[in-house]
Design a protein around this ligand. Sequence first.
Ligand SMILES: Cc1cc2nc3c(=O)[nH]c(=O)nc-3n(C[C@H](O)[C@H](O)[C@H](O)COP(=O)(O)O)c2cc1C
Ligand SMILES: Nc1ncnc2c1ncn2[C@@H]1O[C@H](COP(=O)(O)OP(=O)(O)O)[C@@H](O)[C@H]1O
Ligand SMILES: [Mg+2]
Length: 155
Amino acid sequence: MRHLPYFCRGQVVRGFGRGSKQLGIPTANFPEQVVDNLPADVSTGIYYGWASVGSGDVHKMVVSIGWNPYYKNTKKSMETHIMHTFKEDFYGEILNVAIVGYLRPEKNFDSLESLISAIQGDIEEAKKRLDLPEHLKLKEDNFFQVPKSKIMNGH
Ligand SMILES: Cc1cc2nc3c(=O)[nH]c(=O)nc-3n(C[C@H](O)[C@H](O)[C@H](O)COP(=O)(O)O)c2cc1C
Ligand SMILES: Nc1ncnc2c1ncn2[C@@H]1O[C@H](COP(=O)(O)OP(=O)(O)O)[C@@H](O)[C@H]1O
Ligand SMILES: [Mg+2]
């Protein structure tokens, strides 16, 4: 993983609507071009890092990159769950992410419950690791200093 930390931004698009409804864990999905532009050596799997919406506050996040073997997606996706409760959805807004570390490969599961508990385990592990000083400093990175005027949709 030569490319970590990896910084990227893109507009939030619609996925299959499973994150909130089936899993209780919403994931903000990036458009295809953002996924296609990932460096070749960023392998599929589950990562953690920092994220902000527009010029908003920076929060802890987990991100899944790959084909979601449980759902057998045919297109690779990159989906970010932000550890923050938002007042409303933010489709169409710019999501800024800094991926700082790798957790595990994507897996298939024999039940929805086991997929959900694996994701909840990822969230807890990510929260702990992001408190390490080496990771905390990236929260303050200039990458997240997005001028308000550069953000569309009034955010
Ligand atoms: C931290 C995290 C870990 C995940 N791990 C897996 C996994 O191991 N296998 C899998 O099939 N999907 C995994 N997913 C992806 C979920 O299946 C996916 O977020 C869900 O299908 C929502 O898709 P949607 O945005 O298209 O609605 C993970 C998602 C997150 C946020
Ligand atoms: N904490 C959060 N993390 C990620 N997305 C969130 C969060 N809270 C609300 N959302 C909203 O929920 C949407 C994702 O829900 P999800 O069920 O995964 O739908 P989709 O399949 O369209 O991605 C995001 O695009 C965003 O607008
Ligand atoms: Mg999603």
